[in-house]
Design a binder for this molecule. Structure first.
Ligand code: DGT
Ligand code: CA
Ligand code: CA
Ligand code: ZN
Length: 585
């Protein structure tokens, strides 16, 4: 990097554009302009090249999706570290204004009214005006809306100290990169809920083996990513990142690693059972080692070098972290029936992806090429259907056009000698009454169909369940998208009898999606073991709205493993030929 170059990251560029879009929306700027900033942000995020350097050198011209106005702003920001336009815009609003967008049910229009009429610029203030009833002076804030807002605030407060898997994973990778640069650091491990593949994470737990724990602790506490130090000892440090994520680090000796790794990986429930089984063998286990309970009657303790040695001592097969929840893994490990869990490399393709035809930001070809770059053999496109008008859903004629485009692209691949197939699908809305957004003759044109609920979230449970069961009973429906509609840390699942839906899926031979978007991870892992055993097939789908979105597949795999899924339980581990046969193509 050249002298005095500001330290601006790709994320800063993208986030700044997103925030500009949001603030312009609050000012009532026209939607084309705000969309240009949003699309620009997505382009910056997914651009395949050093976009920061390109922006700094003012060489953005020609990159699709970044017009002149954005080029200038990105150049200013990347080359100077500041953007006057943004600073001026920010100065007109409180810093807390962005919180309001995290509340389910509040869009720019409502937020604008709240801000202008009642000076609501933070969640704290929003709660005040909802509780006092002041908010009812504004149009569009009826009793039900206010109750929903208060519920959303309460939900957010409950989840205040949780982070989604993507945020946590990226932070952990950044920190591991840093730890690897420390001369005193030996082996570096991430433990805790992240290692277990949990869908959300409270804090990160790092273990570092070292001969010099104090040096490791001091270096960690002084790291550039530390926003606040919570505790700083000679073997243990806790810090906060600037997004509030807490990171605990323990510096240990190499001998302690298997014990510490086992202990700090958890879960608590799993550990309780491990320790109880250890006691039955006359030993006590803690994070540092194994010790005989009764010195006089000490059992023979083998050398423990790995976690597998600990399980072996208990006459158990090695239990992978994903399964350590005390939900049946001990019995399976004792019987030798633990599943061989699916891995990222098992995936050969994926379904449920969007393009610019609906609300995605990459073209059909761009999506296909990104999938090829990921090493996939096929890609299913499933843009929204017409009832999802807010997502620019396709009507029957645009769908027919897209099917033709896909056939053409497949021909082109064939001519180019590229062994890759795009499957033509649709993410067809399940309407309120359980019927589908396209008639059967339209659905019959498609290679496959994903059916999803995108509205009427508040139906009573029985009605919501029946609606979904009716939809998947249509023989054209290949799979059910994001079963519960939850948005982790933001929106509760709608009321639905998941078990009844699983039974219906088994009955109608409908695949259930495991949506890999880190905000969804839906159907929840807690249901997969049993769904699998009831004969339900899974499809791990990124629900990608950009080329980068395809990379979310890894989070789907983490959660699939947590759900005891094996390669054979997942459609998109199959070859193109096998998928074609499954889809009767
Ligand atoms: P999180 O951070 O809330 O997402 O979940 P974990 O599982 O990472 O929990 P955390 O960070 O509090 O502790 C890491 C692991 O350390 C946990 O999974 C099990 C172990 N552990 C911590 N405290 C206790 C405890 O009081 N009893 C037992 N048995 N294990 C504990
Ligand atoms: Ca943790
Ligand atoms: Ca912790
Ligand atoms: Zn959807």
């Amino acid at each position: 990097m050249s002298n005095g170059a500001p330290n601006v990251s790709r994320d800063t560029l993208a986030t700044t554009l997103e925030q500009i879009a949001t603030l312009l929306e609050l000012q009532g700027e026209n939607p084309f302009k705000t969309r240009a900033y949003r699309n620009g942000a997505e382009t910056v995020r997914s651009y395949d090249g050093d976009i920061v350097a390109i922006a700094a050198n003012n060489e953005l011209a020609g990159i699709p999706g970044i017009g002149k106005a954005l080029q200038d702003k990105l150049h200013e920001l990347a080359s100077t570290g500041k953007l006057e336009f943004y600073d001026k815009l920010r100065a007109q609003f409180p810093d807390t204004i962005f919180e309001l967008f995290e509340i389910q049910g509040l869009g720019p229009k409502k937020i604008k009214a709240l801000y202008q009429e009642l000076e609501v610029g933070s969640i704290a203030r929003l709660k005040e005006v909802c509780e006092s009833g002041e908010v009812s002076q504004l149009g569009g804030f009826g009793k039900k809306t206010v109750a929903n807002i208060l519920e959303a605030i309460a939900f957010r407060e409950q989840n205040a100290s949780s982070f989604d898997r993507k945020t946590a994973t990226h932070a952990a990778e950044m920190i591991c990169d840093f730890l690897r640069t420390l001369p005193d650091a030996g082996q570096i491990e991430v433990a805790g809920s992240l290692r277990r593949g949990k869908e959300t994470v409270g804090d990160l737990d790092f273990l570092v083996t070292t001969k010099n724990p104090q040096a490791v602790c001091d270096a960690f506490a002084a790291a550039p990513f530390v926003d606040r130090t919570i505790a700083h000892g000679s073997t243990k440090v806790s810090i906060n990142l600037d997004n509030g994520l807490q990171c605990d680090l323990r510096a240990i000796s190499a001998d302690e690693l298997p014990f510490a790794l086992s202990y700090f990986t958890g879960s608590k429930e799993h550990n309780v059972e491990v320790r109880s089984r250890m006691r039955k063998r006359g030993v006590s286990l803690n994070e540092y080692g194994l010790t005989p309970i009764d010195e006089a009657n000490a059992p023979e303790i083998p050398e423990i070098r790995t976690e597998a040695d600990l399980y072996k001592f208990l006459e158990l097969d090695y239990i992978p972290p994903a399964l350590r929840e005390n939900r049946g893994e001990f019995d399976a490990a004792a019987e030798g029936t633990l599943p061989r869990l699916i891995e990222l490399g098992d995936l050969r393709g994926t379904f449920h992806n969007h393009t610019v035809a609906s609300d995605g930001n990459a073209t059909l070809r761009e999506m296909a090429e990104a999938a090829i770059d990921l090493g996939l053999e096929y890609l299913g496109i499933a843009d929204h259907s017409k009832s999802s008008f807010q997502a620019n859903g396709l009507d029957a004629s645009r769908l027919q056009w897209q099917i033709d485009e896909i056939r053409k692209l497949n021909d082109e691949f064939k001519q180019e000698g590229v062994n890759f197939r795009v499957f033509a699908g649709s993410e067809v809305d399940i309407l309120k009454d359980g019927s589908l957004d396209f008639p059967d003759d339209v659905l019959a044109q498609l290679d496959y169909v994903v059916a999803s609920v995108h509205n009427a979230f508040t139906l009573p449970e029985a009605q919501q369940t029946q609606r979904i069961i009716d939809a998947i009973s249509n023989p054209h429906v290949t799979m059910l998208g994001h079963l519960t509609g939850r948005l982790l840390l933001k929106r509760e699942p709608y009321a639905v009898d998941v078990n009844a839906v699983i039974d219906a899926a088994a009955e109608t031979k409908t695949i259930i999606e495991l949506n890999a978007n880190p905000r969804r991870l839906d159907m929840d892992w807690r249901h997969w073991h049993s769904a699998r055993d009831r004969g339900v097939l899974c499809s791990i789908n990124p629900d990608a709205h950009s080329t980068k979105g395809l990379q979310m597949l890894r989070f789907g795999i983490d959660v699939a493993r947590k759900g005891w899924l094996r390669k054979q339980d997942v459609l998109n581990t199959r070859t193109t030929r096998e998928v074609e046969r499954y889809l009767n193509l």
